[in-house]
Design a protein around this ligand. Sequence first.
Ligand code: DVN
Length: 263
Amino acid sequence: MGLCKKLLIGGGITALIILILGLSLGLTVGRRNIRSTFFSRCEKFKEHDCKKLWDLFEKAYVNKDPCKVPVEAYNPLIAAAPFKPQCNKMMFWSKTKDVVHGLTAKRKDCFVTLEDTLLGSVLDDLTWCGKEGSKDTFTAGCPEWSECVNNPVRSFWNRSSAAFADVACGDVTAMLSGSIDTPFNSTSNFASIEVPRFKASRVKKLNVVMVIQKNAISNCNHPSLKNLRQSLDTGITYSCKDVSESRIQECGAKPEIACGACW
Ligand code: DVN
């Protein structure tokens, strides 16, 4: 076989080995990244055994088809770090993630969202999945949110949203968007999972804050909010206020503004 051919084949084999090594390194780095992120965020809370929580987390999806991870798979994790009722501080949201967390990051004295709790915090904005026959955690090549309902990420958020709503109490706040044509969308997690779990035996009132940005097309008079009121458990009172994004940001910037005076 000519020298040139031998060099070509050798080069091809070398390239293939580099590719396989790169892929497996990438997968290993991916698992190490999510694990180190999980631990660094978990350790900030100083209230749980982070290794135990990580092991319970992995058990939910590792070595499983990533489209066959039901919400119940996360029950042991939720049971190990149950959500605490934080009456009159709990905030829910829909399509307003950045505005809400911009506020709660600065005003933990006033409001707490699911993503401000231990379990919500350690996995916020992360992607993960497993696959049959592998004991690894993957952070790439996982199903998209809408690709299959029982994917590891969506099942975690559906299960944790339910558990967080189950402990909602006192005056509950919900921040909705005035920039979309249906602020209360029946298919959203807020509408389909959380609101149905607000019970009058615990929740006294739901205060909706409609975030009004420059491009606002909806407000508290939007018809979908009538659906929200009607879906509330009997006995839970309701209010809605149109609040400018700038006012919400001001409440975050000025801790001297009392929680109840933010809007
Ligand atoms: O009360 C909040 C909070 O408790 C959360 O856990 O659930 C409630 C918000 O859910 P929601 O009403 O469905 O609101 P959103 O804004 O549609 O989506 C909530 C979260 O699910 C977001 O983190 C979304 O991810 P993203 O887009 O910010 O990276 C995620 N999500 C919803 N639909 C999605 C999706 N992610 C990807 N594709 C989709 N189709």
